[in-house]
Ligand binder design. Structure first.
Ligand code: HDE
Length: 744
């Protein structure tokens, strides 16, 4: 790879013969670029000191930046048991006689197997599959006029973060390119406690009330009587539920759009979804919605590509994030806010407490307030990514909840679920969860208590700690809930202001480019086509008629069914909402190849300077090049040098790259004879990718079934000369060749 440094291979341990009781020679730990527990923490605690409660008899100092209980890995000799006893032999259990039974007195063996038997913890009930990294958030300017949150107190203030991206429906071992919503959960280790912004890459949600969440999730997960399909919404139960819950229609439009098949975590937006509150020092509140914007721009793959990526590299997204960070190519997102008051909320056409609605950016612009950079991969996936516990209720002073019924329900669920997953109320002491500010309370004991809880008292007020007998709370310096007024009867009811389920769905549809609309239609057709029960398809298309006639007609046509009557609506859909261009990915695409990857297929005899020019040009444009050859050993170039390959063609289909170039030698037959090379070109063409060609590629192009199709295609370019290479690299920054005609 041109710009990606490779992780140094770890030395392997000397293996020992089965019979001889020798201790394995233990290698030194390998180091991975961008990885270190010893890196200084990025939190700057300058500025406001935490409004720490009056010191108690025994403050728990558990927030120490992740150093707590840092056990040496098994790589540091000598190997010991978990209790520190040096282990004599880890290759052979203790036997009575050479061929006799294993003895119970072998405590080292028993401990090893005991621990192994208990390695797994329950996976998350949703968002099980995820990947994360550490980073830092830097605030642009003081927001103290609208929030007293210390993280936003001054320009330039930095706060350490941890982010976990995830798919929702699939299990832990599922694939990355599922058509699904992506989680985008951020933990800010602020100096007044952790703030968890647990968002998604889509700004709306399927349901309006948390009480429906288990139903939604049960409908999308594997069907209980058969255990499949996993990581997919394309089955009867999901669409049964969606079709019976018109409030989910808007979200399904987003879910069927390219947002659900992102190219990279690094190229996704993120949203807090709910309306939250900012509260300032004077106790005044404004409403706020949070947005993350990727500085690499938004980008998605196409569905046929996603399906193939899942086979070629089920870890595509996690590998992409790991590779980028370890190469020093740190992804960045800008945090933005939409801030508004009660008067705006009242004047807005929809209820700001309804999580199935957005406030279009054209109506209320997003104000950028800071930037997050992910700059460190984890040291251990289980310890950090699996054990990180996000909770919507983690808010520092200055940030508060609104009455969004979904958010209110989440505030219960996230604490509850951590106990199930992590097994102890003390999960806040796990380094990735531990606040980086002082922690002081009288919560005691519990499973896996790690904090040094000293002192005679565990209650307050108490008089054992000097004159200050308590109370010890922070008072007004603490998290003061916004004193909103609550009136009305206690009833199970959905407010009338939540009744319009279609108007914004229509607005989203009309805000998409024609290419994106085609993708949405194709996605509905694909997904509903997987439903075995015709009535479900019919009900869903009947709902879509309330969104847009042309959408419903195209989906019905695609399914080969007559157009059903529109379903009844409580409130007729409005057709006066202006399209919001900000909702389109393609209309907002950046002209860049930065952070993207070129697959460079090289044949024996390929022009050495052409290859070199491409590598240099792409690197200069901020992209990466992966060299692919028939064999991973590489290809011999025209100047006789051996170019080592990163991948053999059999393991490197073009779906893994944003664009491809093929530089063949004077004899094109070896490449043309490789079935994987033929697919490489054919798929790149089908997926609208930019293709560069040099050397004798005619045989390969013909073998790929593309004879005559590449002429006149402005995204199929020669790359042989220096001028060609420059033109090719500049074309890489542009969009895919959407106008390419894929018909035979
Ligand atoms: Fe979650 N959600 N959720 N969710 N959610 C969980 O918490 C829940 C919702 C989101 O990487 C669970 O620790 C309820 C909206 C993310 O660790 C659980 C409701 C949004 C993650 C839970 C929602 C999200 C979760 C499962 C309906 C976008 C992954 C494991 C009211 C704003 C966090 C866990 C990570 C995870 C409950 C709806 C985002 C069970 C009850 C809306 C990104 O607590």
């Amino acid at each position: 790879m041109a710009t990606t440094k490779k992780t140094p291979a770890k030395k392997s341990a000397t293996s020992t013969g089965a019979g001889k009781a020798t201790t394995a020679a233990v290698p030194q730990p390998g180091t991975t670029p961008g990885k270190s527990t010893k890196e200084t923490t990025t939190t700057k605690t300058k500025g406001t000191e935490p409004a720490s409660p009056t010191q108690t008899a025994s403050p728990q100092e558990v927030g120490n930046g992740g150093e707590l209980h840092q056990l040496a890995g098994g790589d540091s000799p000598p190997m010991t048991t978990a209790h520190g006893t040096p282990v004599q032999d880890d290759q052979n259990s203790l036997r009575a006689g050479d061929r006799g039974p294993t003895l119970m007195s072998d405590f080292a063996f028993r401990e090893k197997i005991f621990h192994f038997d208990h390695e797994r913890i329950p996976e998350r009930v949703v968002h099980a599959r995820g990947y994360g990294a550490h980073g830092v958030f830097e605030n642009y300017e003081s927001l103290s006029d609208i929030t007293r949150a210390s993280i936003f107190a001054e320009a330039g203030k930095q706060t350490e973060t941890f982010v976990r991206f995830s798919t929702v429906a699939g299990n832990l071992g599922s694939f990355d390119l599922a058509r699904d919503v992506r989680g985008f959960a951020t933990k800010f280790y602020t100096d007044e406690g952790n703030w968890d912004l647990v968002g998604n890459n889509i700004p709306v949600f399927f349901i309006q009330d948390a009480v429906k969440f288990p139903d939604l999730v049960h409908s999308v997960k594997e069907e209980p009587d058969r255990g499949f399909p996993q990581a997919q919404s394309a089955h009867d139960t999901f669409w049964d539920f969606a079709s019976l819950m018109p409030e989910s229609t808007h979200m399904t439009l987003w879910q069927m759009s390219d947002r659900a098949i992102p190219r990279s975590f690094r190229m996704m937006q993120g949203f807090g979804v709910h309306t939250f509150r900012f509260v300032n020092e004077a106790g005044e509140s404004t409403f706020v919605k949070f947005h993350w914007r990727p500085l690499l721009g938004m980008q998605s793959v196409v569905w046929n590509e996603a399906v193939k990526i899942n086979g070629a590299d089920p870890d595509f997204h996690r590998r992409d994030l790991f590779d980028a960070i370890t190469a020093g190519d740190f992804p960045e997102w800008e945090l933005g806010v939409q801030v508004f008051d009660d008067a705006f909320a009242d004047s807005f056409d929809f209820d700001v407490l309804d999580a199935t609605k957005i406030i279009p950016e054209e109506v209320l612009p997003v104000r950028p307030i800071g930037k997050m950079t992910l700059n460190r991969v984890v040291d251990n996936v289980f310890a950090e990514i699996e054990q990180v516990a996000f909770m919507t209720q983690n808010v520092p002073p200055g940030i508060d909840f609104s009455n969004d019924p979904l958010l209110q329900g989440r505030n219960f669920s996230y604490l509850d679920t951590q106990l199930k997953r992590l097994g102890s109320t003390n999960f806040s002491q796990i380094p990735v969860n531990a606040p980086r500010c002082p922690v002081a309370h009288f919560q005691r004991d519990g499973h896996m208590q790690m904090a040094p809880q000293s002192g005679r008292t565990a209650y307050e007020p108490n008089s054992f700690s000097g004159d200050d007998r308590g109370p010890r709370e922070a008072g007004p310096a603490g998290h003061v809930p916004f004193p909103g007024e609550v009136t009305g009867e206690t009833r199970r009811i959905r407010a009338e202001s939540f009744a319009d389920h279609y108007s914004q769905a229509r607005q989203f549809w009309l805000s998409q480019t024609p290419v994106e609309q085609d993708h949405i239609v194709a996605a509905y057709v694909f997904e509903l086509g997987k439903c075995e029960v015709p009535a479900i398809r019919e009900r869903m298309v009947a709902n879509l008629r309330n969104v847009d006639e042309s959408l419903a007609t195209q989906v019905a046509d695609g399914l080969g069914m007559p157009l059903p009557a529109a379903s009844e609506t409580t409130v007729p859909a409005r057709d006066d909402l202006e399209p919001s261009p900000a909702l389109s990915i393609l209309a907002n695409a950046l002209e860049t190849f930065e952070g993207r990857k070129l697959g460079l297929l090289v044949g024996d005899g390929a022009d050495a300077s052409a290859v070199k020019r491409l590598q240099q040009g792409v690197a200069k444009a901020g992209g990466m090049v992966e060299v692919i050859a028939v064999a991973v050993g590489g290809a011999t170039l025209s100047d006789g040098t051996l170019l080592e390959a990163d991948q053999a063609i059999a393991g490197a289909p073009s779906v893994l790259y944003d664009a491809v170039a093929i530089v063949a030698g004077s004899d094109g037959t070896p490449l043309a004879n490789e079935p994987a090379a033929r697919d490489f070109v054919a798929d790149a063409f089908t997926h609208y990718k930019v293709i560069g060609l040099a050397g004798s590629t005619d045989a390969l192009v013909a073998a790929a079934g593309l004879d005559g199709k590449l002429e006149g295609d402005s995204a199929v370019l020669p790359v042989g000369s220096a001028k060609d290479a420059t033109a090719f690299v500049s074309r890489l920054a542009g969009p895919r060749q959407w106008e390419r005609d894929l018909r035979a």
